[in-house]
Ligand binder design. Structure first.
Ligand code: NAD
Length: 287
């Protein structure tokens, strides 16, 4: 490290709170070293009301780029100079690229989701999706799938503050992607959920159900799954949720959330460096 960091080393950052648990510094620093890039990546604990100051710091210190994590993703989208098409619709960002002081915000969660499916041989175009959830991960992947030409997206959410998010996404996609049929249903309408899953190509859990401490739980009755359904989860802790286990037992193609996490990071790496992240090497190193 003492030889790698020099006076010319460019900085990348992670901004959010908390950040101490993040795997991003290890992943990006490993990748920079692998590819001989003179960059370093550090995490900074920044609260929402400090984000405007943090943006000034990105410019002042000529930080090449930054990830943004909770709870700062939405406020950061209001502070950058420009937004990617997906970030404009989602209204939140997880990546900032600094081009000589001009900050552009991107959202790569949806890109990571789509790439994770692609790795299992599944494409989005023309597909009917059922998505459980309307929070940050759900919104990002719903928007990306609409931009990538999904035929329809049926969103189910419980009766909480996120339900209005689903309706807002539906309204925004009606303008941005008018050919995609987006519908919103209450999760409590179990008959509708069962019928929509029976007609779907891809089922996605983008809620916190299945994640610790809700591990061992699933919103889907296993008898509703059929083997030709593709089942994806955004949850990556545990690596296999109950939904993924039920889907595997049914013979479905599955895409657990760990892959989405890897590929959203890899998409950010490409925005940062213009290069493909050495994902195989990193996965081998991490294992
Ligand atoms: P969020 O807080 O923004 O949204 C939470 C969602 O879960 C909402 O739709 C809410 O209605 C729903 N929900 C909460 N409790 C529920 C319950 N008991 N029953 C049914 N629905 C319930 O969260 P988020 O940031 O969108 O994260 C959702 C999951 O996705 C988390 O497990 C997170 O770790 C994961 N995630 C993964 C990636 C990745 O790259 N794999 C990226 C972002 C988030």
């Amino acid at each position: 490290m003492e030889k790698r960091i020099s006076g010319t080393t460019g900085l990348f950052t992670l901004l959010g709170s908390p950040v101490g648990h993040s795997g991003s510094p290890a992943m990006y620093n490993f990748s920079f070293q692998q590819q001989g890039l003179d960059y370093a990546y550090l995490a900074f604990d920044v609260k929402k009301d400090q984000m405007a100051e943090a943006m000034d710091m990105l410019r002042l210190f000529k930080v090449r780029g930054s990830n943004v994590t909770m709870p700062c993703k939405t406020v950061a989208a209001t502070l950058v100079d420009d937004l990617s098409p997906a970030a404009k619709i989602v209204g939140a960002i997880n990546v900032i690229v600094n081009d000589d002081g001009k900050l552009t915000g991107h959202i790569t969660d949806g890109l990571g989701f789509v790439r994770n499916l692609k790795e299992t041989g599944v494409t989005i175009q023309g597909k009917k999706l059922v998505v459980l959830g309307a929070g940050g991960a759900a919104t990002a992947l719903q928007v990306q799938c609409a931009l990538d030409g999904a035929a329809s997206i049926s969103i189910f959410n419980q009766d909480d503050d996120f339900y209005a998010n689903a309706e807002a996404t539906q309204a925004k996609l009606k303008t941005a992607t008018p050919n995609v049929d987006v519908t919103v249903y209450p999760l409590a309408d179990q008959a509708k959920l069962k019928a929509e899953i029976a007609a779907a190509d891809i089922l996605v859990n983008a809620t916190v159900v299945g994640m610790k401490p809700l591990d061992g739980q699933s919103l889907i009755d296993p008898s509703w799954l059929q083997s030709d359904l593709v089942v994806a989860d955004t949850v990556y802790n545990p690596l296999k949720t109950k939904l993924i286990e039920d889907a595997e037992a049914t013979g479905c193609t599955v895409a657990p959330g760990k892959g989405m996490l890897l590929w959203q990071g890899a998409a950010a790496y490409t925005l940062f460096t213009g290069k493909d992240m050495p994902t195989d090497e990193y996965q081998a190193y991490e294992a």
